[in-house]
Design a protein around this ligand. Structure first.
Ligand code: AGP
Length: 644
């Protein structure tokens, strides 16, 4: 996840408050608002009026390092600047690897958010034409590709940018500025890009937060659109060059804190926020010992993992606690309960500790034998769910240790958590249906399982149960994979159009994906009011398959693992009875007769529930939208069930 920002104007820009800012000030202030998107390196490029050249300043580390560097240069006369803030997932966060990236001539600078999937092919071709690259990043290709089209005779900078955009594969939102023309282009295909155009000025940003101070009327660029700003005039076209009308969205100043940012519903926004929320859930909690490089890091010694360490300061579990407990009990409700089922699987796989998951509403009235040695984990987005909190009260009365995973600081559940709280850092979740809270709960559960293993095991046990997974890379790369799934939105919407009139659905999964079948069914139920059931795929033949006929769509969660052949057999059983099969898969399954398949990126098994959840959220959302239900506030539901 990265943040990009840009400005170009007739002269010193006036903010809403009337104070004058230079283009570099505007960009730097904008980066501060985008810092949540990543903060291990940043940079600014600006057009220097004194010598008509582009100057670029880039710094690894926090944004404060860039600010310090900029404060050392004399105030610049500049009316065009772009900036970038980065969370490095490949390669070290060095000054060179930070954006902006320049072309060979130094006349073009770009900042980019996304993934250029065909960058290696393009880079080799450009090197063959004499281009000199400075970094291993995919983004630098964009600057040289534009330069190449300029050399090949593109009449304008806009035309060179447009032709370059047509060559790119993957996901890209980028800004490109040009010294010769003193112009700036914005290109969007995938990640968000929004702009404000007023008084012969243009502002670009990855989201509305840096722009709201300049205007409450914004323009959201759509996929395959290019904005071109030169001499105070803005042109908007598609990638074919066809002129487009600008659609202005008025941001409700008061609600800007909740900030739907151009989405139709809060739930939709919160689905699309998940890459950055996942980043927030793990950043600063998984520390790369290699990248850290700090030889003096005294904590290094107690990390049993090679290459990384888990930092969950507020988790106050000791080895003695864990050894004495011998088991962990998770209690939660609704989606949080399903997150608990996933965390059970993760914890048993990584730590080898038995985990029991109980509905809060059931636990309270069972004769569950609670021991003072037990470790309880309460999972709750709101931290105010009566059934969950009451169950924890029982555990507390019996002197068990209590941890919680929650999204709301200071909520009721935190007051009971004597062994610590892990915040999901998902930000306010306004939609009643849980989306970003659910996926970040699973992320936090994974971090907790890794931390428990660090506490419990010695270095000699390190490899046990970890099945050779490179957790650091898998976790750090997850937001980008989640972002790639969001680009499937339009194709999933087409699938929703085929099924939104159905009155029943089955969701089937095995192993760690069984809880995701439950969660997918719940999403559909609660926002579209269609009856849906989640089941272990292997359970169908023990009765529920009687429900299956041509009116019963059955959605399978299919992963390329040892359970795949079993699930394929279950699909055949459904097909044999006329059921329509939809599949979400991280590979190309060798079976025909699947009506619709949603292909997602593969990941380590313990992270796959997060990725499999996102298409189910999107499917439920579009089915509900087609049915016209109140998606953010579905009938009969409340965001936080504070009563029994
Ligand atoms: C999930 O989409 C529902 N809104 C509901 O099941 C919710 O997960 C449940 O009420 C628990 O809420 P909590 O996470 O705030 O405790």
């Amino acid at each position: 996840m990265c943040g990009i920002i840009g400005f170009s104007g007739a002269g010193n820009a006036g903010s809403k408050q009337g104070n004058c800012e230079s283009s570099v000030d505007i960009v730097l202030n904008g980066l501060k608002s985008l810092e949540y998107r990543g903060y291990d390196s940043s940079g600014v490029a600006y057009y220097d009026e004194t010598d008509n050249k582009i100057k670029s300043i880039k710094k690894s580390g926090k944004l404060v390092n860039l600010s310090a560097e900029l404060s050392c240069i004399k105030p610049v006369e500049s009316n065009t600047a772009i900036g970038h803030i980065r969370w490095a997932t490949h390669g070290r966060p060095t000054d060179d690897n930070a954006h902006p990236h320049l072309d060979c001539s130094g006349n073009i600078a770009i900042v980019h958010n996304g993934i250029i999937e065909n960058y290696a092919v393009l880079k080799n071709k450009l090197i063959g034409k004499g281009h000199k690259f400075i970094t291993p990043t995919d983004s630098e290709v964009i600057a040289h590709l534009i330069e190449d089209y300029m050399k090949d005779g593109a009449k304008t900078f806009y035309e060179a940018v447009r032709l370059a955009s047509l060559d790119l594969l993957g996901a890209f939102a980028f800004l490109a500025m040009n010294a010769d023309e003193k112009s700036i282009c914005a290109v969007k295909y995938g990640p968000p890009l929004v702009m404000v155009n007023k008084d012969k000025e243009i502002y670009f940003a990855s989201d509305v937060s840096p722009l709201i101070q300049y205007s409450d009327e914004v323009i959201y660029l759509k996929n395959s659109e290019i904005a071109y700003f030169k001499d105070g005039l803005l042109k908007l076209t598609d990638f074919k060059g066809k002129p487009l009308n600008k659609t202005v969205t008025k941001i409700d100043w008061d609600a800007s804190r909740a900030v739907k940012t151009g989405f139709s519903h809060f739930m939709q926004k919160e689905i699309f926020e998940q890459p950055s929320c996942l980043l927030d859930a793990f950043s600063s909690r998984i520390i790369s010992v290699k990248n850290d490089g700090s030889a003096a890091d005294s904590n290094k010694s107690d990390s049993i993992f090679s290459g990384f360490k888990i930092m969950l300061e507020d988790v106050r579990l000791t080895k003695k606690d864990i050894d004495k407990a011998g088991r962990i009990i998770i209690t939660a409700c609704g989606s949080s309960y399903y997150a608990g089922l996933v965390i059970k699987y993760i914890t048993e796989t990584i730590c080898g500790i038995p985990v029991i998951v109980e509905y809060g509403s059931e636990f309270r009235y069972e004769n569950f034998p609670v021991s003072k040695n037990d470790i309880f984990i309460g999972i709750s987005q709101s931290g105010e769910t009566a059934d969950t909190n009451s169950a924890l009260e029982i555990a507390k009365e019996k002197k068990a240790g209590i941890l919680s995973i929650t999204n709301v600081p200071g909520s009721q559940i935190t007051t009971m958590s004597d062994k610590g709280v892990i915040y999901t850092h998902a930000g306010p979740e306004i939609g009643v249906a849980s989306t970003k809270a659910f996926t970040t709960q699973i992320m936090c559960g994974l971090l907790l399982a890794l931390r428990i293993k660090e506490i419990k095991d010695t270095a000699s046990d390190a490899g046990k149960n970890l099945s050779g997974v490179n957790f650091f890379d898998e976790i750090v790369n997850l937001p980008k994979k989640a972002e790639q799934i969001l680009f499937l939105n339009d194709s999933i919407k087409e699938i929703a159009k085929k099924y939104y009139k159905n009155t029943n659905f089955l969701y089937l999964g095995r192993g760690i994906l069984y809880p995701i079948a439950l969660e997918g069914a719940l999403k559909l139920k609660e926002i579209s009011y269609i009856h849906a059931e989640g089941y272990p795929a292997g359970e169908m033949k023990h009765g529920p398959i009687a429900l299956v006929d041509e009116n019963m769509p059955v959605l399978f969660l299919l992963s390329n693992n040892m359970l795949a052949p079993k699930t394929i057999s279950n699909i055949e059983e459904i097909k044999a009875r006329g059921g329509k099969v939809i599949a979400v898969a991280d590979y190309e399954p060798d079976i025909d007769g699947i009506s619709d398949i949603i292909k997602i990126p593969a990941s380590a098994e313990v992270l796959s529930p997060i990725l499999y959840t996102i298409p189910l959220q999107i499917l439920a959302y579009h089915i509900a939208a087609l049915k016209g239900t109140d998606i953010d506030q579905p009938r009969n539901l409340a965001k936080s069930v504070t009563v029994e």
